[in-house]
Ligand binder design. Sequence first.
Ligand SMILES: Cc1cc2nc3c(=O)[nH]c(=O)nc-3n(C[C@H](O)[C@H](O)[C@H](O)COP(=O)(O)OP(=O)(O)OC[C@H]3O[C@@H](n4cnc5c(N)ncnc54)[C@H](O)[C@@H]3O)c2cc1C
Length: 413
Amino acid sequence: MSKRASIDPTYDVVIVGAGMAGLAAAKHLVAARRKVMVIDANSQPGGRVRSELIDGVTVDHGFQLLNPSYPEAQRMLNLKALNLREFTPGVRIRGSERAHNLIDPFRSPRALLNTIKSVPGSRLEQLKFAAYITDVAKGYGNHLQYRTDGTAHDALRAFDDITRDVLAPFLAGVLFDDSMTTSRRLVDVFLRSFVRGTPAVPATGMGEIAQQLSRGIPLSLNESAVRVTATTVTTNWRVLKARAVLIATDPHTAARLIPGLPTPHMRSGTTWWHRAPVPVAALNGGLPILTVDPQRRGPLVNTVVMNAAAPEYASTDQALIASTALGTGPFASAEISKHLSYLYEANTARWEVVAVQTMAQTVPAFPVGTPFRQPSRLENGIFIAGDHRDTPSLQGALVSGRRAAAAITHTLA
Ligand SMILES: Cc1cc2nc3c(=O)[nH]c(=O)nc-3n(C[C@H](O)[C@H](O)[C@H](O)COP(=O)(O)OP(=O)(O)OC[C@H]3O[C@@H](n4cnc5c(N)ncnc54)[C@H](O)[C@@H]3O)c2cc1C
């Protein structure tokens, strides 16, 4: 095809962005026999969910996990074919004196006694928290999304010690924010998914999710939208005409393409991938458990040995460690190395950096009062999807894609 601007045949739908939202929408539209074209500026599909092989090890885009309890993941993905590798359902708290593991006793009854001994706070506080988490876990349907909103801090203040030592450090890594000002509705929904499912990665990396979703989808990679209307997409080399246009990019690009679209504040983060010349079993007893540091003695909010969960990520005579800090730094590598040494109680002098990922956009902020669902069709007739239109997660992005596909199908009928 010539790189001169040319008018392409008309599609039913052109989708800009092959992240989770764009791919989910495409999947639904293709199933409904619509003529679809998905374009993406990147050289591979998946957007924020992708993996690469660096020097023989699998490196995802930041430390991210798929929670198989996400209803939309169950609907859209063949979870069995992803060969999910689970992490330990709990967290390892590195306290100033020692480290201890808090493991969900319902999924690991052997951990019951240790967990009871290790949960911080008075008995009363522990009982109040148990009641809270039971209520959240039950949280049928939309019950959690419509309860009176407030900050996560307000919702969790009744269990001060547990929040300070466990929940706040854990949530900082999930939300890429440690202010605890996120909407308690979102936090409740996330806590529910952690109680209901054990987070995991596909054996060959998070990118496998995008590979699976994109099968059978007409996809044009390395193609960027520069201008859009309700029926055209002008890219870096052609003009695509369609009966409907869906923008499924990250929120900042969406706002560039659709002037006036409100943009959420995006959280940022930095992830280091280290290779340690020790067997996997040498760190945390070989347990694939997320370590957090309530006292924040360094920049990292969490760290985990990836190939303790997914041996396919790297060979077992070396440990592959993913560690994340909030923000984009700059961070001194000596500071990271020192913090890792504290967190793992190990000598990190010979740990080698495989990759450092500075991510200006991780997930949209979700302050108090943010609606769980925002319209899929804008006043100008352009359709929109992405995690910024639902919840900031794989689940949210997939749902937004389904909702946009339904709105398009309805309009084109
Ligand atoms: C480090 C990190 C950790 C995370 N951890 C988790 C986790 O553990 N669990 C969880 O559920 N979620 C997690 N998330 C969030 C999750 O990855 C996102 O919510 C989800 O992937 C967003 O998908 P999306 O389709 O909305 O957007 P994106 O993935 O951003 O997709 C947008 C696509 O649009 C393309 N694009 C942009 N501009 C153009 C253009 N001009 N023309 C054509 N194409 C364009 C991009 O290349 C991209 O492919 C994490 C995210 C990050 C970054």
